[in-house]
Design a protein around this ligand. Structure first.
Ligand code: ZN
Length: 381
C-alpha cells in the first residue's frame, strides 16, 4: 500500500546570514544553479556562488549556473538550459528567484537526460510537454527552492507552468518527482519587491488559498490552512505596500504564501486560475493580478456550493466584500480592472473561449459556462 504524505518538502525559515551556509552545506557535488545574475548581485550572493563552484569542482563534480531567467518560461528556455547542461551529471538544482525561476528548474528537472540533453529541439520538447512524458532521471535530482517573492507557492508543489513561446497556449508540467525536497524561506529576500509585485504575488497566494478552500478536492485540513493564509494576507498585504521594509510584515506574508502553497498543493486551483491564463498569455497581465481579478465574481457564483462558505466570505466583510478588498489593497499601485490592462468589451468572448483549462476549470465547485465567464469578466471591465 502507498500513502501520500501531506507534504514531503522540508520547509525551513531562515535569514540572509544563514542562507549561504545552508546552501553550501547541501550534500551534492554536481549542482545546477538557476538564479539570475542580477539576483546574485542584488543580494550579494557572489561569494556563495564562487564557494559553491569551488566546492563542486574540488570534488571533481559539476557546477553549472543558469544566469538568465526570463519571466514565464517557455519550451525554448528549457531546451536552451538542457543544451547548456549537455552530458554533465546533476544531483541538485538550486532555484533562487520568483515563480519563474522555480518553474524553470522544474522544467529542466522534468526532461533532464544526460544522453539526450544536447539533442533536444524545441519541437521535441513541446511534444514531450504536451504528452506529459518526463525523464526518469528526475527522481535522482533534488530541487532546492528559495523563493524571492511571497506568493507562488511553487516551492511546495509538484507542478510548473510552461508557456508556449508562440504565446497561444500554456502547459502544465506535473509529477511527484518535481516537488522540491527543500524550501528555504528567507523573508529578507522579499523586501526589495516593488509595490506592484508585492500586490500581485500576495493576491496570487490569497487566490490560491481561496481556490483550495472551495475546490472540489478540499478537505477540513486544507480549509483550516487556507483560511489562515487568507487571514494573514488580509491583515498584512497593504502594510507591506505602505511599509515595504517592515521585515515582520514580510515574514508574515511568507508564512501565508507557504500555507497557501500547502493548501493548493492538495487540491490544485479552480476557475480563477483557469480564467487567468488567457489574461496573462494574451495581454501580459502579471499572474497574481490575472488570477485574483475574477475572484469576486467567481466567489459570488460558488457561494452556497462548498462547505463552510460563510466563514470564508466573512473574512472580507469589513471591507465590503472581495472586490472592495482587492481595490483597497491595490489602490495607488495598480487598477484592478481589465480596461487598465488594455482589454475592451470586444476581447471578452475570446478570453472566455480560452479560459477553460482542464484540471482547473473542472475543479471549480460549480460548472461555469462561457457565458458565466463572460459576465464575471464584464463585472471587472
Ligand atoms: Zn497562482
Amino acid at each position: 500500500m502507498s500513502f501520500k504524505p501531506f507534504c514531503s518538502t522540508e520547509i525551513v525559515f531562515t535569514n540572509m546570514s544563514e542562507l549561504s551556509h545552508r546552501l553550501l552545506s547541501i550534500k551534492a557535488n554536481n549542482v545546477l544553479l538557476v538564479m539570475s545574475e542580477s539576483a546574485v548581485n542584488r543580494w550579494g550572493l557572489g561569494l556563495m556562488v564562487d564557494s559553491m563552484q569551488k566546492k563542486c569542482e574540488s570534488s571533481s563534480g559539476t557546477f553549472i549556473w543558469i544566469k538568465s531567467v526570463a519571466a514565464n518560461p517557455t519550451q525554448r528556455d528549457i531546451t536552451e538550459c538542457l543544451h547548456q547542461i549537455g552530458n554533465k551529471k546533476i544531483e541538485a538544482i538550486i532555484a533562487l528567484g520568483g515563480g519563474s525561476a522555480i518553474d524553470l528548474a522544474k522544467g529542466i528537472c522534468a526532461f533532464y537526460d544526460r544522453e539526450k540533453n544536447s539533442k533536444y529541439t524545441i519541437n521535441m520538447l513541446t511534444g514531450l510537454v504536451k504528452n506529459k512524458r518526463y525523464s526518469n532521471n528526475k527522481e535522482n535530482i533534488d530541487i532546492i527552492a528559495v523563493p524571492t517573492t511571497a506568493g507562488t507557492g511553487s516551492e511546495v508543489t509538484q507542478w510548473a507552468t510552461i508557456w508556449d513561446e508562440s504565446r497561444t497556449a500554456k502547459f502544465s508540467i506535473d509529477d511527484p518527482g518535481l516537488k522540491p525536497e527543500l524550501a528555504i524561506i528567507v523573508p529578507e529576500l522579499t523586501v526589495s519587491m516593488p509595490p506592484k509585485m508585492t500586490v500581485s504575488t500576495g493576491l496570487d497566494a490569497m487566490c490560491q488559498a481561496v481556490e483550495a478552500y472551495w475546490s472540489k478536492h478540499t478537505t477540513p485540513v486544507v480549509q483550516e490552512i487556507a483560511y489562515r493564509a487568507v487571514e494573514i494576507i488580509i491583515e498584512n498585504l497593504r502594510r507591506a505596500v505602505d511599509e515595504p521594509s517592515d521585515i515582520t510584515v514580510r515574514e508574515k506574508l511568507c508564512r501565508a504564501s507557504v500555507l497557501a502553497g500547502l493548501a493548493f498543493s492538495q487540491t490544485r486551483t479552480t476557475a480563477c486560475h483557469s480564467i487567468s491564463y488567457p489574461l496573462t498569455m494574451l495581454y501580459g497581465i502579471p499572474h497574481g493580478l490575472a488570477a485574483s481579478i475574477s475572484l469576486d465574481g467567481v466567489g459570488a457564483i460558488n457561494k452556497g456550493h462548498f462547505p463552510n462558505d460563510t466563514q470564508l466570505f466573512s473574512l472580507f466583510d469589513k471591507f465590503g466584500g472581495i472586490k472592495n478588498f482587492i481595490d483597497k489593497v491595490s489602490s495607488g499601485v495598480v487598477t484592478m480592472r481589465l480596461t487598465g490592462f488594455g482589454i475592451t468589451e470586444n476581447d471578452i468572448s475570446n478570453i472566455a473561449k480560452n479560459a477553460f483549462t482542464g484540471g482547473r476549470m473542472d475543479n471549480n465547485p460549480v460548472d461555469l459556462s462561457a457565458e458565466d465567464v463572460e459576465s464575471v469578466l464584464r463585472a471587472v471591465l
